[in-house]
Structure formats: C-alpha cells, structure tokens
Design a protein around this ligand. Structure first.
Ligand code: PGA
Length: 237
C-alpha cells in the first residue's frame, strides 16, 4: 500500500520487470482500463524495448471493430505495446469481429500453445469483477461471451460518447483461465474500488465477488493506493 498511483505502478512494475529481465520471451497477461497505466508507464520509463515478449489480453468488447480507438486491441497497442517496443503481432486479443463466441476456444488454445501466462496483470471493477467476469461467474469459467452489467457499462462509459455507445457484451477470459497464470499482479486505485478490494481480500471466497478468487491463487501481489485500501480492516504486508 503506497500513497500515489505512480508509486503503486512502480511496485507492480518491479514484478513484471523481474520476469522480463530473466526471460525476454516471456508471456505476459495484460489488462486494459485506467488501472494498469502507471505500470506500463513505469516499464516504458526504463527505456528498454521488448521485441520478443508475447502479450495476451484479458478481454475484448463484442461488436466493436479492432481499429476502433476504444477496442482493447487499439488500447493495448497505444498504451502498452508501442511504448514498450512490442510488435503488434505479439499482442493477442480475442477476435470479436464476426460472431464473438466462435473465437473463445481458439483464444484459449493460443494461450496454451504459447506456454501459458507467466504474469497476469489484473484490475478490479467497482463491482468486484476481474476481466469481464461479472458477479456470479463461476471460478471454473473459461473464455466465453458475457453480458456486461449496467454498472460496468456505466463505469466504462467515460471512454465513449455516451453509455448507449458502450457495448453490451464482451469476450473474456474466464476466472478459471485467469487462475492458471503462474503469478497475478492485482492493482487498484481510488476510493471507488475500496469496497470491492475489501470484499476481494477480506471477504469470503464467493462468486458474488469474482476478485475473491485471487485468494485461491498461490502467487499473488496486490498493489493498492491508500484510497483503494481504505476499507481494509486487517493488516496486509
Ligand atoms: P479500470 O477498470 O481500470 O478502468 O478502473 C478495472 C476493471 O474494470 O477491471
């Protein structure tokens, strides 16, 4: 727990840097949204390029063109891959251009064929979701098409002209898929995440709070600013 977002980004980044330094061909699981920005910026500030790293996205909206600036492919290329010198063809995002659900199994296979994800970067939604696994998602769930809750659509509407422009469904890695990553780096910022963070870390392990699934993973680093940590009641190192 540290005071500001750039410090949190630096702490989270050190776990990722450790991986990339020891294995330039590492397979990284990447998140979108505002949360991972400070980590990507800290990594870019090292001034090193990572031409042999492979990255897999957690999710992608359905019904959005890959070239749309709000697609997660575009977002990852802009905010993650280009600043780090990762070639676009090394950035794997579920294809949602045709029928979204046809691509779920292929995406799972491509993660396995790459050797699985070494480090997965994760944000937490205000409703406790991870990737687009909304409350109620099974901890065994695999990559699939999901309906987004109104809360998630409202939270994400800040990127779109209006809430009616926010897609209603997405293709997301399942919680079971995410838990197969060998290490999880979970980040959260701001008081808006405090309740979800407390439920995820200190509440029961329950599908009502998808992020509580991280309690079952053997290797997790949680990086929070003070506001996101403000509803925790126990001491966490
Ligand atoms: P945010 O979203 O980074 O935009 O806050 C996190 C998430 O929904 O997983």
């Amino acid at each position: 727990m540290v005071a500001d977002t750039s410090e949190v980004g630096a702490v989270a980044e050190s776990a990722v840097w450790e991986l990339l330094r020891s294995n330039p061909e590492a397979v990284l699981g990447v998140a979108t949204g505002s949360t991972p920005g400070p980590l990507y910026q800290a990594l870019a500030s090292r001034g090193k390029k990572f031409p042999t790293v492979q990255a897999f996205a957690l999710d992608e909206y359905c019904g959005i063109d890959a070239s749309d600036p709000n697609s997660y492919r575009s977002t990852l290329l802009r905010e993650f891959a280009r600043p780090l010198g990762i070639p676009a063809e090394h950035v794997h995002v579920p294809s949602t251009s045709n029928d979204c659900k046809d691509n779920a199994a292929d995406y799972e296979s491509s993660i396995s064929e790459a050797g699985g994800i070494a480090v997965q970067i994760l944000g937490v939604g205000t409703n406790g979701h991870i990737a687009f696994n909304e409350p109620g998602s099974s901890f065994e769930s695999r990559t699939r098409v999901v309906e987004l809750t109104e809360r998630t659509r409202r939270d994400n509407s800040r990127y779109f002209p209006s809430i009616s422009d926010v897609p209603r469904s997405a293709l997301t890695q399942g919680i079971g898929t995410i838990l197969e990553a060998r290490k999880l780096v979970v980040m959260a910022f701001g008081v808006g995440k405090a309740a979800a963070v407390a439920a995820a870390l200190e509440g029961p392990v329950t599908t009502d709070v998808p992020a509580s699934a991280i309690q079952t993973h053997p290797d997790v680093i949680v990086c929070l600013d003070l506001a996101a940590a403000s509803s925790l009641t126990r001491s966490h190192r």
